[in-house]
Design a protein around this ligand. Sequence first.
Ligand SMILES: CC(C)(O)CC(=O)SCCNC(=O)CCNC(=O)[C@H](O)C(C)(C)COP(=O)(O)OP(=O)(O)OC[C@H]1O[C@@H](n2cnc3c(N)ncnc32)[C@H](O)[C@@H]1OP(=O)(O)O
Length: 258
Amino acid sequence: MSYEAILVVREDAVGIITLNRPQALNALNSQLMDELTAAVDAFEADDGIGCIIITGSEKAFAAGADIKEMKSKSYMDVYKEDFITAKWERVTRTRKPVIAAVAGFALGGGCELAMMCDFIIAADNAKFGQPEIKLGVIPGAGGTQRLTRFVGKAKAMDMCLTGRMMDAAEAERSGLVSRVVPLADLMTVTREAAKSIAALSRPAVMICKESINRSYETTLAEGIRFERRVFHSLFATEDQKEGMSAFADKRPAEFKHR
Ligand SMILES: CC(C)(O)CC(=O)SCCNC(=O)CCNC(=O)[C@H](O)C(C)(C)COP(=O)(O)OP(=O)(O)OC[C@H]1O[C@@H](n2cnc3c(N)ncnc32)[C@H](O)[C@@H]1OP(=O)(O)O
């Protein structure tokens, strides 16, 4: 597959997807989302890839869904194609870890896409927001649901009802992003995080991701039972033997991802 609206590179065991519509601040049109989905599919199927990064430019991660593409759609258009989440769900179903490296604007669908990733590393110039209310609609790719889980009801109401932007410092204080770094360091820090994850046991990493995500969907008691069972299952892997033996032998572990 050839890509036009994204750039795709593979560095060691990390797959990097860069949104690339600079003329529209990386507005997420259907071509870009089709390409993003295809790139995620390809990295998911690639046994050599242990972690995925989604990023944009220094000015914009993504300024939202493409308003110009969306503005004339009718109710039947959006209903029939299950606009917009149906197309975007691929990112949330990826079993490999996905890090969003966000600089500049992450608005509307851009903020929602970042929240679909497993965690967000933000540059100090990042600005997050759900401004859909100013367009006469509401967030439609999970914004009212995921943002509320990240930052709580009060701030989610504030963000979605006023459409105001949150800077990187407020986003970190509110729990939306895991770290804020200087803009110049964003990709170095994100690559280091991704490479360190990719070097770990892939079964353990994927099961850890699944277990944390389960906490959103279940009671604490059910979640704890799920965690215990999948924890037990990791004792069937060679990587568990290697990880624990390496610790006891005072040497670095060499995981084989099985
Ligand atoms: C997914 C859903 C369902 O939740 C829905 C959505 O995501 S709706 C979209 C939500 N996002 C927005 O409302 C943000 C729209 N953009 C802006 O408010 C501003 O562009 C800005 C504050 C991000 C940046 O302002 P500024 O620096 O002044 O740049 P501009 O001149 O406005 O933009 C440059 C260029 O990009 C085009 N652009 C920007 N955002 C979008 C967009 N979301 N869709 C389509 N095009 C976008 C903008 O029109 C400019 O292009 P030209 O008109 O100059 O060709």
